[in-house]
Design a protein around this ligand. Sequence first.
Ligand SMILES: [Zn+2]
Length: 990
Amino acid sequence: MNRSATLKPVGFTFSFFIISAVSLFSAEKPSYYVIKDSWQETMYASRQALIDFEARQTIQNTAKIRELGIETGPWYLVGPFDGVKQDPYETQFGPELDTDLNKTYGQLKWTPKPDWKDGDIHILPGQGRAVANYVYRTISANKDAKLPIYLGSSDGIQVWFNGQKVLANKIDRKAEADQDIIELDFKQGENELLLKINNQASRHDFYFAILPGRGKKAELRKQLWDVIELDFAGDTERQQMRWEREDRIWEEDPNSGYISKLAQRYAHAAANFEPFSGKAKLFSGKVENFDQLKDVRKIYYVSKRFEYNLRSVNQKRKLMKNEADYFSQMYKADHTQWEKYKAELAIIEAKNNKISAKVRAGDFSALESLPEIETELEKIYSRQSAIPGGAKALQCHPFELKDVRLLDGPFRTAMELDRKYLYDLDSDRLLHMFRVTAELPSTAQPLGGWEARGLRGHTIGHYLTACALMYASTADENLKVKADYIVAELAKCQTASGNGYLSAFPEKCVKDVIYGTGGWWAPWYTLHKIFAGLIDMYNYCGNQQAIDIALKMASWAKGHLDNLNEEQMQRMLETEYGGMNETLCDLYMITKNPDHLALAKKFDHKKIFEPLTKFEDRLKGLHVNTQIPKIIGTAREFELTGEKYYYNISAYFWTEVVDARTYCTGGTSNHEHWRTEPYKLAAELSPATQETCCTYNMLKLTRHLFTWQPNAEYADYYETALYNSILSTQDPKTGMMMYHVPLNSGHWKSFNTPYDSFWCCTGTGLENHAKYGDSIYFHDDKGLYVNLFIASELNWTDKGVQILQQTNFPEEQQTTLMIKTKKPAEFDLRIRVPSWLIGPMTVKINGSKQKAKTQPGSYLTLKQTWKNGDRITIDLPMGLHLHRMPDDAGLAAIMYGPLVMAGELGTEGLPDNVFLKKQLEQNITPAYPPVPEFFADSDRIEKWIKPVEGQPLTFKTVNAGKPRDVKLVPYYRLFDQRYSIYWRLNPADQ
Ligand SMILES: [Zn+2]
């Protein structure tokens, strides 16, 4: 290695207090393992011994570092080296052939990074792309010695020490502390360390330290659980350990007052399940020794069993009942079988209700029969799978977007802002990389964000869909002309490629993914967007050329995918592919060509689908927005084939995600993943909670399920998510959209820039605000469903009827429907009775009050012959209520009707610029003032949350907040300041 010394004095050197070689234990029983009678005592004793062990290690290591006189020089960085045409891990770029800090490599040169501190994760240039970066530093020692270093990287890493290659790890991962630990041979004097970190897609960063960090500590604690599991292997003990790990009972290390804290944690976790809260509270703070823990622990275990079994039984019962209702309704030929099945379920329901009543009355012994009930349910379920399904899926239908016009209100305002943005986007800039890829001339300025990276081309797909939806929503001919031009230009690009392939990245990228010969971010994901945009241009704008392009693309895809066997296909599906199964179903709907349906089914991802058919939640660890589009695909596959397999996947997935993995806002995911077991959300609030694409996709899935079974539950969810996670994510001044929706208290909203941050959520954001009209009304042969209270006009052509909905909802708690018809029309008018109502929903027809059943969470049906000018007025009493975390009853959001109320926390600590070029920038959290907590009676919130006079939908807390009270406004109306959505609730007397 050749390194110039001239650059070296630029930086300063850090001194380190570091560690010597910790024996990286691989034996089953580490030295600090102390076995006792029970696993809990073993855990307690071993954790105490582990802390002592680590303290001794730190002292030894620090002494050794001092003795060796270890001093590190500043980091130097060069990169990113482009790996698009070649694998960046394998390719030997200049710096590893000849490490000379004075050398330049094209435009790239070494730059010092004096701010990089050891023990932090350092972001590298080339996020989201296939690239490699090199980092270099010197480390000097005053004698020869062996010392470990602690590394982490996204993705692969290679290390040279004094010119010798000492680590080669080709891997795809997120950088964390201590992922690779290697021991180095230090020589007296200056040693040279060179790291090469390569990236495939998404995040690109690395970690370095000379002392063990979080990763090592966490690993030792995890290993301790594994060792204890070997010695305490009974079913009961294993189950206890699973629960206690999930509930993080042992997360903290033993410290003073630890036993009492353990008792509080058990009591807290038990109290999250309502029947147990009274009993559990008795134990808080009264436990002083290990023996006394037994009683509170017993209550905790009983509560866990009850919670688990009851949830599981109730969910299975609900899903099976829905299914039975559905298929008996749809498939009259098999009516008797389905009716028999329903009768069996009814017996179980009665049993279950009895148990629940007993337990709520304090008789926990009734719990014993819950597992039996679950087994019975499973038996029935396996029998019903033999009952045939059928081919007709839909009980009701959405209206075409062109038949619904929005009237003035927040949704129309959002749509108009979006329309403006669709005009502002330059067509030739959107087309640029397609033309470059097809080797056609283009002088346009390239777009930024992921359009400059591995996902380039995805935006044009979203753009075409958005224009098509906007044209349908507004009849804006000029926008159609703009989109038609893009389609025509894409056709030229496709012709130039000559084989039907059309994308903004080279064909090799997707072929590598198909044949497993290399990695690329997510080529099928991007192709899905292009397919969808073209199909929408055909469906909504009648653009024949668009469908011709899509058909050629489908032939190209079939040509390649026919070469793969099932195993190879499943391997390919491990790479995110959007909703290819959905879009090919949509193509089949147009062509009726069975090849297209067969091709759609090839995209069935077995590993994801199989557990879902068995009602099993194996979602932990998965990237959320990779999965939801696949499930939308299964919904389309069900609609086209009638196969119950697909019905069950869609229905269970929706129920599980909405019940167990969704926040008060209707959003899901944290850092784009499901990182926990179901119902564990309290620790998931971060600057990067709920990706907006996930809401976009859950809403799409919800519409499918609603058309199969028009249950108000689906429409309730739709409304919650629409206000709090879609309308709330558009900046009212600029129309720019949010990527992640931060739910950690004290954060703020950040948005994309117009031209340099084309992320996934920028693309789905273009669509979100163009299609508000698509889910307000649905219909079947007999009548109309009114699902949303949004000012709009519906043209129901089949009936020759128009419905005018006039409302200022939610600012006013009322809506009015007016019937316009040339001749009297007979139909059922079904109005959603929202589950959030706090009083009766009164209905007047032409001023006279109707007697009607209005059970929240159902539909009110008005059957009659309607004549021109009939007016139906509906009162919708809204009130304040709490949305508690399922795993922490003391953490709750405040809601008013369907609206999440956010607390205004002011602008202190707010960054100057909330329009971001990089989507990860919003994760950088400055120090900001503490967020108030509430000390008040959480069962009677109306006592301490009061309306603000003269300001609709605005409240304030009164003598409840510490250090201060807060003002609450709907989250969809809060911008330009920090906020909180979930609050810590404490008893009033504290
Ligand atoms: Zn997204």
